[in-house]
Write a protein that binds this ligand. Sequence first.
Ligand SMILES: C[S@@+](CC[C@H](N)C(=O)[O-])C[C@H]1O[C@@H](n2cnc3c(N)ncnc32)[C@H](O)[C@@H]1O
Length: 275
Amino acid sequence: MDSKETKLTKKVYSASVNGEWKRLIKDSFHELEFLTTFSFLKKYLPKNGLVLDAGGGPGRYTIELAKLGYDVILFDLVAEHLELAKKQIKKEKVTNKVKNIVQGSITNLSKFSDNSFDAVLCLGGPLSHVHPKAKRQKAISELVRVAKAGAPIFASVMSKYGVMLATPAGWPQEVGFKKHFQNLVENGEDYKWRGNGYCHYFTSDELEKMFLKENIEVISKIGLEGLNVDEKVTNKFAKKFPEAWKNWLEIHMQICTESFVVDTSGHMMIIVRKK
Ligand SMILES: C[S@@+](CC[C@H](N)C(=O)[O-])C[C@H]1O[C@@H](n2cnc3c(N)ncnc32)[C@H](O)[C@@H]1O
């Protein structure tokens, strides 16, 4: 039986399938998340092997990794995303590398044995849609359980200070809902995400502490969009000053692991290795 929060998540995501497919490439701001994530995937993934893309949505990372020669299993909560993923996987001619497409929640990966993946991804915020904290811990525990010893695990989530930085330009009216906004600031809890969805915003300290409860070592933490206050400003900058934007991207890659940047980016990623 789905919780209230899971029902909200399914509702929001099943209504935004095409938008989710385009999300990471739709403009320069969103490309920051994709390019930064991908550069760290390239740095820490083993040369080959079987990758679990948990909460992989319509499969953008699945397809890119399949093209690079990895075997991938795509896993997501929302059936509509997996339906679109099947079409895209076929279109991109990587069907032979995508070993399975499975529907379910990251809180229960019992369809997979212990120590079965050479790398595990949980990207773009799936952990932020799990409620309450004990279930988020269970999901983290599951991501680690199914990874082989020595395998890297990459998880990106929505950031509390990142969303607060974006509030004045993005959703100023929410500050007026005093109880709601106080709950976001104190507990990272948001029941107005994309209208009426559920999102938990993390601090980097909180995310790291939760992973450290498992049998892992932390490799890195990254602020995926870097220093940013407003996506419209970023997109205007990239369009109007392409040369400067190229330099900005280089600077971004130099500073995206600094703790201030990690905590204030819209999405933060943690990379850990199973011991
Ligand atoms: C913003 S999308 C990210 C998709 C993809 N990983 C990416 O980065 O483009 C978040 C995904 O998390 C999935 N999700 C949310 N809660 C989940 C859960 N409990 N278990 C598995 N997937 C979940 C959603 O269905 C959605 O596809």
